[in-house]
Write a protein that binds this ligand. Structure first.
Ligand code: SF4
Ligand code: SF4
Length: 397
């Protein structure tokens, strides 16, 4: 494992994301503590020292798990990052807040109670890194609300030593939004966690976003380096181009090596679910092995072939609020396959589970309101439903 500097802290170049831990039954709230602990133990014994969680992950269980998993290790041997879920909160008056989206239904709380609950759940006295979760055009009104005064509250906790370093994760659509936010809070934040990979370089204009963050002199932690797994399994024709250059390397390794060639990157987070993934990723981050200019050009070609993809990262923020219980990310994955001539052989529209049938979408837009990628989900469902209903298009399955 090689290491980077983040705000004066020695951090592993590969960080453990704790939003895709193994579960016992596919329900994200039911983390398989035993299997997940094995992953954490392997990560620590192979040099990973950065652990990223959030109030929201795994229906609130991620913080609880990581607190328990890290408890047996000396506090100075790891760094922990968690996030304030302002993107899923609403004012109820009198300093009390309710939750929205995936967190809807949780008891109302206050900023102070929530923050201290997080420390307790993670079983720590301080967070090495603490982030505003999902700063975007939608959440900025909450994060900047003078009545809530959240940033000042967090700066107070920093003075107390309960937060060592402040940052924010970001799903802003426009680079200008990041620029304005950083300008408004110049000197407050020390890093930005950004969705970054060789596809989003163009697809979500991550290139300009990186330039903006660099202009403000901040380091970047990377999320979605393999785009929720989309860049781990490439269409055959694209994978063949990569195999021609490095036959042994997986698609994930290519994606991570591309990230290793960017300056300004501190930690590359990976939400690892299986031991195989951890083992491979640890190997990839044994030492820097950045892509060459020739390899970079081939990856740009691969990305160009995927620019028409619906940019779903399978974060599942949208699924809980769907009144039809649709498996939205899986349906979008099938749609991507269809549009890119790589339609999943497992998807038979006539035999699909109700949860996999886009024709059941009622267009309520609950999913759109929460999707960090700003995907026009109901429009896609409608289009997909139309294609499925029109057998003349000859859907292969
Ligand atoms: S618009 Fe469709 S997919 Fe989205 S939440 Fe409503 S029913 Fe579900
Ligand atoms: S559609 Fe949006 S919210 Fe739903 S899983 Fe994909 S990226 Fe996440």
């Amino acid at each position: 494992m090689y290491y980077k500097d983040l705000a004066g802290v020695k951090v592993s170049a590969l960080g453990m994301g704790n939003m895709r831990l193994p579960t016992t039954d596919g329900n994200e709230a039911n983390i398989d503590f035993e299997k997940a602990q094995e992953i954490i133990d392997y990560a620590i014994s192979h040099g990973i020292n950065y652990f990223d969680t959030a109030y929201r992950y795994h229906g609130g269980m991620s913080e609880i798990f990581i607190g328990q998993a890290l408890k047996k290790y000396p506090r100075e041997s790891f760094v922990i990052a968690s996030k304030f879920p302002g993107h899923m909160m609403e004012k109820k008056g009198g300093g009390v807040f309710g939750f929205t989206g995936m967190l809807a239904g949780r008891p109302d709380t206050t900023v102070d109670k929530l923050f201290h609950d997080q420390l307790e759940r993670c079983q720590v006295d301080y967070f090495d890194f603490y982030l505003l979760h999902n700063v975007s055009e939608k959440s900025i009104p909450f994060y900047t609300d003078p009545e809530i005064n959240l940033i000042d509250y967090l700066l107070e906790r920093k003075k107390e030593g309960k937060i060592r370093h402040l940052g924010f994760s970001c799903h802003a659509v426009y680079p200008e939004t990041i620029d304005e936010f950083l300008t408004r809070y110049e000197g407050v934040f020390e890093f930005v966690k950004l969705q970054l990979n060789y596809l989003d370089w163009k697809l979500q204009d991550a290139k300009t976003k990186v330039e903006v963050i660099r202009k403000h002199g901040l380091k970047i932690n990377v999320m979605e380096g393999v785009r929720g797994g989309k860049l781990s399994v490439l269409p055959e024709a694209q994978m063949a181009k990569l195999k021609a250059l490095r036959p042994e390397d997986s698609a994930s390794r290519w994606a991570f090596r591309w990230l290793q060639s960017l300056p300004d990157i501190a930690v590359v987070l990976s939400g690892m679910t299986t031991m195989d993934q951890v083992i491979e990723n640890v190997e990839t981050f044994d030492k820097p092995d950045p892509v060459t200019e020739e390899e970079k050009a081939v990856l740009a070609e691969v990305a160009d072939s995927m620019l028409s993809w619906v940019p779903c990262t399978a974060c599942r923020y949208c699924t809980e609020g769907c009144p039809m219980q649709l498996e939205i990310p899986k349906i979008l994955s099938a749609y991507n396959g269809l549009k890119n001539g790589d339609f999943m052989t497992w998807y038979d529209p006539d035999k699909a589970e109700p949860s996999m049938d886009p024709r059941r979408c009622v267009g309520c837009k609950a999913c759109m309101a929460i999707c960090p990628q700003n995907i026009a989900i109901p429009d896609i469902m409608k289009e997909f439903a139309g294609i499925l209903s029109d057998k003349s298009q000859g859907i292969p399955h």
